[in-house]
Structures are given as structure tokens and as C-alpha cells.
Design a protein around this ligand. Sequence first.
Ligand code: FUB
Length: 300
Amino acid sequence: AVCSLVAATLVAGPAAPAQASNPIVNRFAADASMHVYNNRVYVYTTDDESNSGTYWDSNAWRVYSSADLVNWTDHGAPFSVGGFGWATRYAWAPSATQRNGYYYLYLPTDRTRIGVARSTSPTGGFSDPRGTPLIEKGRDANTGEEPIDPAVFVDDNGQAYLYFGGARAPKVVRLNPDMISTTGAIQNVTISGGSGFAEAGFMHKRNGVYYYSYSTGWPGQIAYATASSPLGPFTYRGVILEGVNVNTNHHSMAEYNGQWYIAYHRNARAGGGNYKRSIALEYLSYNADGTIRRVTQTSA
Ligand code: FUB
């Protein structure tokens, strides 16, 4: 749980700051991809509410936003599998970024493809600017068995990277400045030491250090590794988040008003389970040496 930034920073006197409880929204959702646009936090998710309950077979993604991390607006589905003429099923873990006056969503489908959708709004109006997958197993070399779980990262020099991969095969490829095409070969992400990568890779940069975090299995922990380059090689550093009470672990991180946060999912509502997950949010903090402190999963 996190405190309302507005309450914590603006409200004087003895009143306790408003407290956000986990889960942050009352709808089954998973694979939170958290971003700050125009001083507002947006969380894009896999929509577990609309799946069958027996598999991750939803056809839609969902987006929420908040200015205080306590009160969340449900913006509905920004995009669905049907928006890609070439996709058939499985709206899985999304990623997002903002550039060139556009908002971009990187969206895996079919367990084999990643598409990109673009809009001038963060919450709707997305369309497919390519008409083809950005990444596709069978078409592209070195996608791995399961090119899913995209995580887009734009470095300070403007170079963008798309990290992706499931089935224990972490991958990365450079994006062109148009953000809808790749350049160069798909590369393997190499991590020395520690628990191996399973899926759900995520990249963030802090104080010049590249932090690659990922799930270690099913169930898995969220572990992390660091490097001095976005392409690695990475050195294992430890565990950020212990296993959750569902068989997948998936997270993202963002800095908002000077505080880092981690969003993830777990079973946190009545009727929940492996296919009916809920989004939770916690503070993320660092030690003086740049290592990340282990996160406590809170409810209240
Ligand atoms: O939501 C479907 C899949 O479950 C994601 O792609 C994985 O990361 C896991 O969270």
C-alpha cells in the first residue's frame, strides 16, 4: 500500500495521509505496466476480468490512471486483439511509452507475436500503424520459443530498446526512432549468477545503472541484475519481490514525484486465482550502494 502523495505532501495537521489499499482497483487485472505521463500515473494491464477463468484468454487490455495513487480512474480497454488484423487471441502483458507526440503500446498476442499500437491519447484511440507484427516467431530470427512480455525502454540518448521473452529466453532488440520498427538483430540478454530468467523482463535506469528485473519461474520471484550498458552483460544482484500467491509474477517500476514504486499482481480479491489476478502497488527503495531493498507485500 502507498500513501496518497497529495495527502502526504499537502495536508497539514494531525490527519493521517490517505492510504491506498491493495489491490488498487476492484477489477481482475494483471501484468501492470506503470508509466508517468504529464504528472499522472497510468497502469496498463492484462484484463483478467474478461478471461474464462481457466486460462489467460482475454482479448483486451485495460488502462487505469491516478494523480494520487489512491483514487484510480478506469479508462476501459485502450485496445483489443481484434485491433490487430493479424492476431487471433491472448491479450497478454502490455508495455507502453510516450514519444514523438504519440503514446505507444507494445502488445503480445497468440504467444508468438508482439504488435505495436499508437495514439495521441494515453487511454484510447490506438490503432495499428504497421499492419504486421513488430516481432513474430517464425518470421524473425532469434525470437525464442515465446516472444511475449514486451518492456520498452528509452535511454537518455534517445535510443529505444524492446526487451521481451518468455520460456526462459530473455531477448532485446533496438527500436528505430519511429518506435514502430526494429533495427539490428534480436539479441540474447545474458545474466551471470543467481536464479535464471523465466519471463516478465523489465528495464529501468537509475544513476547511470541499468537494472534488468524479471520473474524466475512459475511461481517465481522478481529478481534483478545490473549492467553498465542496456545490452548487458548483466550481473545478478538479488531478489526484489518474493513469490506471490499465484503462479505468475510480473512487475514494473516507475518514479513519480521523486519516489520509486513497483506494481505487480497477486490473488487479492474474492474469486481470485491464477487467472483472476489483482494489481498491487508498493514503495520501491534503494540502498546507498544502489542495490534494491526487498519489497514487502502489503494489503491495507
Ligand atoms: O498474463 C499472461 C501471462 O502471465 C504474462 O504474459 C506473463 O508474464 C504472466 O504474468
